[in-house]
Design a binder for this molecule. Sequence first.
Ligand code: ADP
Ligand code: MN
Ligand code: MN
Ligand code: MN
Length: 348
Amino acid sequence: MQKIKAEYIWIDGSKPVAKLRSKTKILDHVVSQVSDIPEWGFDGSSTQQAEGHSSDCVLKPVYFVADVVRGNPHILVMCEVFEANGNVHKSNHRARLREIARKYENHEAWFGIEQEYTFFKGSRPLGWPDNGFPAPQGGYYCGVGSDEVFGRQIVEEHMSVCLEAGISISGINAEVMPGQWEFQVGPLGPLAVADQLWLSRWLLYRVAENYGVSATLDPKPVKGDWNGAGAHTNFSTKTMRDPGGIKAIEQACMNLRQNHKKHIEVYGYGNHNRLTGLHETCSIDEFRYGVSDRGASIRIPLATSKEGCGYLEDRRPAANMDPYQVCAVLMETILNNDIVSDSSRVGF
Ligand code: ADP
Ligand code: MN
Ligand code: MN
Ligand code: MN
């Protein structure tokens, strides 16, 4: 039979921002479920995951999709990292999300993540002049035409390979800053959305490679009067989606207010450069929520407010956040059942 190229993908121990790594293993048997894919190892001393004298780390396959870049029957394999002795590696944040997802399973939590990113060609955002700046932002968002959007061919190819692989991309759009784009993944349960977001990031970098372009998740790739890049995280539970769910959404906002600092800690490195209170953000030191308010920390979509049920949008996460950690902290804060009262709610 044809050999299968299995690309093992994992998250490394780089600080302050973890990176994706991958390498290929040739399999000579059919893979129909994740348990058919063997465990593998790597040199953790080259990924900030081990010391040189005992450097073996273990890759445990947890999720796989078709590798549309290489074609059938090749696969992309998302892995968790373990120490040689079988312990969860400290860089492995999926392990905790697994536990939390199981604990709160009956709430049927859904997540939709909006991944913003910026293309770079060399040291300049894609499409930017070699010297100076493009015309100020204002006309680029959802733009069309080679004077307004840059990199569309890569964006389209990325969307196609994701969809063909079975990744739940729900849309794309050109962003406010030229060279900046967004795709959305979800709504899906916590493990699925996080696994698929990491794989879709890997595919973005991989597809852009063929064009000599890089993509960065830096939350503020260009200083000054240019929008940063976020990863708005939309969240709902069954109760929130059912009639009268707005009560649970309000309660969630109160819980989120109480835990603002704890959330900001895992919402991405360098996020203070983005959450300034300008450019459709709320200041990192403040917590506000409101209906249809894109300057708030949490936005209740207008349709949710009108219908009395739906979801909330956490606008704080930066583009470079780890969805395993963000989904985990959202579920813990919102679903732990502690009642928090709030005297300063707005917009209802
Ligand atoms: P925005 O108006 O903020 O740009 P987008 O359309 O880019 O919003 O993204 C909204 C995301 O929210 C999408 O990924 C969508 O699938 C997701 N979403 C929709 N309904 C729900 C829900 N009930 N729970 C969680 N996520 C949802
Ligand atoms: Mn969006
Ligand atoms: Mn956006
Ligand atoms: Mn949004």
